[in-house]
Write a protein that binds this ligand. Structure first.
Ligand code: SF4
Ligand code: SF4
Ligand code: SF4
Length: 173
C-alpha cells in the first residue's frame, strides 16, 4: 500500500508499480489490458469516467485473472477487483459525482469562495495566474456589487489563492 488514502489512487498506484516493475509481456491478456486499465484509472481521477467504466474495469480484471500466465499478473488485477468490491462507493463518487472524497485527486478539487467570509480585498484575484477569479471590491451602500467568484473551468488548482486569503474564505472540496 502507498501513503495515499484515496482508494482509487491507491489501486492505481499499485497497478502502475506492477506495470513498471513486473509486467514482462510474455502473455497477451496481461499486456493488452494494461493500457486500458491505466486509461480508466486516469479518467476516474480526472473526472472523465462514468459508472460504466467501473464495470468495464471489473470485467477486464476478471478476464485477465483467468488468462494471465503468472501469479504477479493475477495478483495485480485481483487487487483492483478487491478495491472495487471494498470501496465501490469511493469509485462511484469519482465516476458519478466527479469528486474525490479524500481530496487526493487534484483534478477533482473544487475551489470556491464563501461569500459570508469574503471581504472583497481582491488579493486572490491579483495573484491568480489563470485569471480564474473575478469580482469587484466591496463598495458600501452600492446595491450592484459583484462578489468574488472562482470560474471552475479556468482554475488550475494551483492553490495560490489560499496562501493570500487572510479571511479563510476560499474553500476546497
Ligand atoms: S501475467 Fe505474468 S507472465 Fe503474463 S505478461 Fe503479466 S507479468 Fe508477464
Ligand atoms: S483574498 Fe479572500 S477575502 Fe480577499 S477577495 Fe479573495 S476570497 Fe475574498
Ligand atoms: S487555485 Fe490557482 S488557478 Fe485556481 S483560483 Fe486559486 S489561484 Fe486561481
Amino acid at each position: 500500500m502507498t501513503g495515499a488514502t484515496c482508494a482509487v489512487t491507491q489501486a492505481y498506484e499499485e497497478y502502475l508499480a506492477f506495470t513498471e516493475e513486473r509486467l514482462c509481456g510474455r502473455c497477451l491478456p496481461c499486456l493488452t489490458a494494461a493500457p486500458l486499465i491505466i486509461d480508466i484509472f486516469r479518467r476516474l481521477r480526472q473526472g472523465a469516467a462514468t459508472s460504466a467504466d467501473i464495470d468495464q474495469l471489473e470485467k477486464i480484471c476478471a478476464e485477465v485473472f483467468i488468462t494471465a500466465l503468472c501469479k504477479h499478473g493475477q495478483k495485480a488485477v485481483e487487487k483492483i477487483s478487491r478495491a472495487i468490491g471494498d470501496y465501490r462507493t469511493a469509485f462511484e463518487t469519482h465516476a458519478r459525482d466527479k469528486r474525490c472524497p479524500e481530496r487526493s485527486c487534484e483534478k477533482l478539487l473544487r475551489y470556491t469562495i464563501n461569500p459570508g467570509r469574503c471581504t472583497g480585498c481582491g488579493k486572490c484575484r491579483d495573484i491568480c495566474p489563470a485569471g480564474a477569479i473575478v469580482g469587484e471590491s466591496f463598495i458600501p451602500f452600492r446595491t450592484d456589487n459583484h462578489p468574488y467568484v472562482i470560474i471552475g473551468n479556468r482554475c488550475t488548482r494551483c492553490g495560490l489563492c489560499l496562501t493570500v486569503c487572510e479571511e479563510k474564505a476560499i474553500e476546497v472540496a
